[in-house]
Design a protein around this ligand. Structure first.
Ligand code: GUN
Length: 313
């Protein structure tokens, strides 16, 4: 288990009810386990490899990809990085994916999203070999997840599951509300929460930006996963006392800081932490877990492709 704020903490003169869910600590545990799996693979003569592809000038995407490459290095995964000019024809990206699909030293292929407007995201996702699709976005992997036979769980919702497990948050029989319906987070998150079995069995409602009376839907929620991409969309007044609040949002908002912005979640942290039982901060909550689960999926992919058994939980 990881450190949390104590129930009676006083911060800035306010009594703070919520435990602070430390994503950095849980992610470090996952990376430690992954490093052990890398050793198992190495002992079998396999060096796991993850290829990242960036076709964007977006500074945030550049940062995310470079962090993913740094994570690989830390746990012993071979990082391969390909950059494609954002103005290049889509065919260049397709050829790159085809090449990476063929390479024996590449076990996972991740194309950073979003892509330029002239590139069709769906075609790109379908081009990645399903057994190397460590994002879990290919329709084959989505289908497997929905069917309860997941190969690669998408990294963010999988990371949320790990956080809930690390903090002994009971999903069985809980009322969960997922706010957001994206292919990357909202849809797979809801699917995981409703699955029969451990970390599932929650009665799950999916809300989104067009939901009427969001507060009414949240009022009874034991678990809230906020993934709508709107800064501070949910505040403490909308939450049930003692709820577990998982904030997936990472929104840049203008601020009087050195960088000219600050990061805020989809939840108004200060008001929410006075009501919630446990809450993830932004940054330092879900973000590190997303990155850690990508490493997890990469060693899983390498194990599957080389028939090496690794003890993943
Ligand atoms: N862009 C934002 N999140 C993600 C992600 O999880 N995977 C990829 N490939 N791109 C992203």
């Amino acid at each position: 288990m990881t450190d949390t704020a104590d129930e009676t903490d006083i911060i800035d003169g306010h009594a703070v009810a919520a435990d602070i869910i430390d994503g950095n600590a849980v992610a470090a545990d996952v990376r430690g386990a992954v490093a052990g799996h890398v050793e198992t693979l190495e002992a079998a003569g396999v060096t796991p490899g993850l290829a990242t592809v960036l076709m964007s000038d977006d500074p945030a995407s550049e940062t995310y990809v470079s962090m993913k490459q740094r994570d690989c290095e830390e746990v012993g995964i071979e990082g391969i990085h390909v950059e494609i000019d954002a103005d290049a024809p889509a065919s260049e990206l397709y050829e790159t994916i085809d090449d990476l699909n063929e390479r024996d030293d590449v076990h996972g292929v991740l194309v950073q999203l979003p892509l330029p407007d002239h590139v069709d995201k769906r075609s790109v996702i379908r081009r990645i070999a399903p057994e190397k699709d460590v994002d879990g976005f290919h329709p084959e992997n989505v289908g497997r997840l929905v069917a309860g036979d997941a190969r690669f769980k998408p990294c963010t919702p999988h990371g949320v599951q790990k956080l809930l497990a690390a903090y002994d948050v009971e999903t069985e029989g809980a009322d969960a509300v997922v706010v957001g319906r994206s292919d990357i987070v909202g849809k797979p998150m809801a699917n995981l929460l409703i699955q029969k079995g451990p970390l599932g069995n929650a009665t799950t409602t999916v809300c989104h930006s067009r939901t009427e009376d969001l507060a009414g839907k949240l009022a009874d929620a034991d678990i809230v996963v906020a993934a709508v991409g709107i800064p501070e969309f949910i505040d403490g007044s909308m939450l049930k006392a003692g709820a577990t609040v998982i904030d997936v949002g990472i929104n840049r908002v203008d601020a009087d800081t050195e960088k000219g912005y600050e990061l805020v979640g989809d939840v108004e942290y200060d008001s929410a932490r006075e009501v919630a039982g446990a809450i993830t901060p932004v940054p330092g909550g879900v973000g590190p877990m997303t990155r850690a689960m990508l490493l997890y999926n990469t060693v899983k992919a390498a194990g599957i492709q080389h028939d090496v058994e690794i003890d993943l939980d």
